[in-house]
Design a protein around this ligand. Structure first.
Ligand SMILES: [Zn+2]
Length: 258
């Protein structure tokens, strides 16, 4: 049992203290301090600072970059992603690192450390402005903290399962199997409709703020809708399976444009 866990007796005692009830036999100052110390450790164990969070995302993006081919400056995809994201080195307070993967999937993702990766399979299907919509949408998931909350949840679960536990302030070096599991729980899990709407609204504002054609929000979603039909109801492209209901979302974006 790690020292971050309160004993049953301590929890009962703390409940009494925090409940503000009069305690028949007052606890000594020493034991009160112990309890509060332990309570703080419990709180620390389940929350992560921005720096710790970024350090975990750094490990995750390094792992992804090592497993996929990043389009370099001499590659046509590398040149295109650099050109279409020119001026986006920083947006809305987030330093962005936008690169393309030479992977045929129709996919893209963003991490809370500002890593954005767009797959060449998506770039083949989408115009520059449509790729920008996807980038804006992914930044939206980061800025609305959808990504961070998932990461926090996954790390908490991981810490709870881990025998060693994860002490606060200690950024653990995660094994590649752990990073792979985190990636699928944090990045490739499906978003809720509410989160999709928030990310789409963010993307719409992102397009207008950067003087990109906001019409691309609609045309990109129309294309995804057509792709889902083409897949005959089977699992569509990756970005589609994690970002559902393109038809409904296209309708919303059309209304915003009008
Ligand atoms: Zn989304």
């Amino acid at each position: 049992m790690s020292d971050t866990h309160l004993s049953r007796r301590q929890i009962v005692a703390m409940g009494t203290i925090l409940g503000g009830m009069s305690v028949a036999a007052p606890l000594s100052a020493q034991s009160f301090g112990d309890i509060m110390g332990s309570a703080k450790k419990v709180v620390d164990a389940v929350s992560y600072s921005d720096e710790e969070m970024a350090a975990y995302f750094d490990q995750m993006s390094a792992q992804m970059d090592s497993q996929n081919t990043v389009a370099g400056p001499d590659d046509p995809y590398g040149q295109r992603i650099a050109a279409l994201s020119q001026g986006l080195e920083n947006y809305d307070g987030l330093d962005l690192d936008i690169k393309a993967y030479l992977v045929e999937d129709v996919n893209a993702f963003a991490m809370a450390n500002g890593t954005i990766r767009v797959y060449s399979g998506l770039m083949d299907q989408f115009t520059d402005d449509e790729v920008r919509y996807v980038i804006g949408h992914e930044i939206g998931h980061v800025q609305k903290e959808h990504t961070r909350k998932r990461m926090e949840g996954a790390l908490q679960k991981e810490a709870a399962l881990s025998v060693a536990g994860t002490a606060s302030g200690d950024v653990r070096r995660l094994a590649s199997s752990e990073l792979g599991a985190l990636f699928s729980n944090v990045i490739t899990a499906q978003h809720s409709q509410k989160h999709e709407r928030q990310a789409d609204d963010y993307a719409f504002d992102f397009m207008q703020a950067n003087n990109y054609d906001a019409q691309a929000c609609v045309t990109a979603l129309d294309k995804l809708d057509a792709m889902s039909g083409g897949a005959g109801g089977a699992s569509g492209p990756d970005w589609l399976s994690t970002h559902p209901s393109p038809r409904k979302r296209a309708r919303r974006m059309r209304k915003k444009l009008a």
